[in-house]
Design a protein around this ligand. Structure first.
Ligand SMILES: Cc1cc2nc3c(=O)[nH]c(=O)nc-3n(C[C@H](O)[C@H](O)[C@H](O)COP(=O)(O)OP(=O)(O)OC[C@H]3O[C@@H](n4cnc5c(N)ncnc54)[C@H](O)[C@@H]3O)c2cc1C
Length: 366
């Protein structure tokens, strides 16, 4: 993974970031390496590896370009994982297999302009008409939205039942009434695509309901339990890159006639960064290992995501500080880590939401 990322991604990172270029040309290479279907069964085109393997892949991709890691994450951990978790055999054959083989790209669409942390207050609605579901509404912040061939979308089927009245659907790009809207102009992760998705009387076959009707929201929480472990690994990857660049710069940059790494203030920053990153990595790998053994990991995945996200934001900030004024320039990659990393305390549930999840696991619903 490291060799691949260094050789085939590293040379393009800055240009892709500056031009907001979605690296479509990289997707066949990612597919060839099995990265689009790491944890899915071989029978459905996957590499049949575990989340423990997947987190190493995420970390190594994010260490070089977190945008590429996010593209893989939304495709693999959200879209394809939801189909793997809840899909029928026919849905897996038809949709999971081409996703896992990387022949098709996926996106996953839960968030709406008015419902983020409170995802159960979604308004996009699906009604059954004859033998079709008809979808109407607007989704937001959809990673890969403009480029995906297959979209898993959550829509309300029974408004009174809140979390027990939301279903998941598989929608193919090109279906009339389905379109990607505005492309978001972002602080970081600029070569990943973030789109609005609009449904206007979008008619899909009845068979494209994913999992049991009304149970899509509950399934999506299980998808997020695993997905958050991937975002934690993505955070660790950015933090690791920030640390490596900082160590190198501290050895090279001289002030007061000495390398800045000889000053205790810099040494302690580096020591704290290294220790916290390792702790974040271990929390992430623990959650992945427990998930691979079939355990419920709601608490562990939120702990990993919370801690890794916060540690990575701090590491990227300290890396800019260690680079001084040069950390503020595009000439060094640390300014990009500083921009990219903020997603890690927001996407797949903010840090506040992770704390809510952990506290609920400790206390139950009060
Ligand atoms: C780059 C990017 C990619 C994304 N990709 C996807 C995707 O592919 N699919 C998808 O469905 N979504 C995606 N998202 C959406 C993401 O999951 C949401 O942005 C996130 O869940 C937060 O929702 P929000 O932005 O509406 O913030 P809000 O929910 O409005 O939160 C605003 C602030 O209030 C805080 N807050 C909210 N409720 C509480 C509470 N009860 N207690 C304490 N604090 C609270 C939050 O923590 C936050 O600090 C993406 C977002 C980004 C930025």
């Amino acid at each position: 993974m490291r060799e691949f990322a260094e050789k085939e991604i590293r040379p393009h990172v800055r240009e892709w970031d500056e031009s907001q270029h979605f690296p479509r040309e990289l997707l066949p290479r990612l597919a060839e390496l099995g990265l689009m279907g790491v944890t899915f069964p071989a029978a459905y085109g996957g590499a049949a590896l575990g989340l423990t393997d997947y987190v190493v892949i995420m970390e190594e991709l994010a260490r070089v370009d977190a945008s590429v890691a996010l593209i893989v994450s939304a495709h693999h951990s959200l879209c394809a994982s939801h189909i793997n978790l809840a899909g029928s055999q026919e849905q897996k054959r038809r949709y999971l297999a081409p996703l896992a083989r990387g022949e098709k790209l996926g996106c996953w669409s839960l968030t709406e302009p008015g419902s983020g942390s409170d995802a159960a207050s979604a308004r996009t609605a699906a009604r059954l008409e004859d033998d079709s579901w008809v979808l109407n509404g607007t989704k937001s912040f959809v990673t890969n939205g403009h480029y995906a061939d297959i979209c898993v979308v959550l829509a309300v089927t029974n408004p009174a039942a809140r979390t027990h009245g939301i279903s998941a659907f598989i929608v193919e790009a090109g279906t009339p009434g389905f379109r990607a809207g505005k492309k978001e102009d972002k602080l970081g992760l600029r070569s990943s695509d973030t789109a609005e998705i609009i449904f206007e009387d979008c008619r899909i076959p009845r068979a494209n309901c994913l999992g049991k009707p009304d149970s899509g929201f509950l399934d999506s929480l299980r998808v997020l339990d695993r997905g958050r472990i991937g975002i934690a690994a993505l955070a660790v990857g950015i933090a690791q890159a920030a640390l490596e660049d900082s160590v190198h710069y501290a050895q090279e940059r001289k002030q007061f006639g000495k390398p800045i790494g000889s000053f205790q203030a810099i040494q302690w920053k580096l020591a704290d960064m290294a220790t916290e990153i390792d702790a974040a990595r271990l929390l992430t790998r623990r959650a992945a290992a427990l998930a691979d053994r079939g355990n419920r990991v709601t608490c562990e995945s939120s702990m990993a995501k919370l801690y890794a996200g916060e540690v990575a934001v701090k590491a990227a900030s300290d890396a800019v500080q260690i680079h001084g004024g040069y950390g503020f320039l595009k000439d060094y990659p640390v300014e990009k880590y500083y921009r990219d990393v903020k997603l890690c305390t927001i996407g797949e549930g903010t840090s506040e939401v992770q704390r809510m999840v952990i506290a609920r696991e400790l206390l139950g619903r009060l």
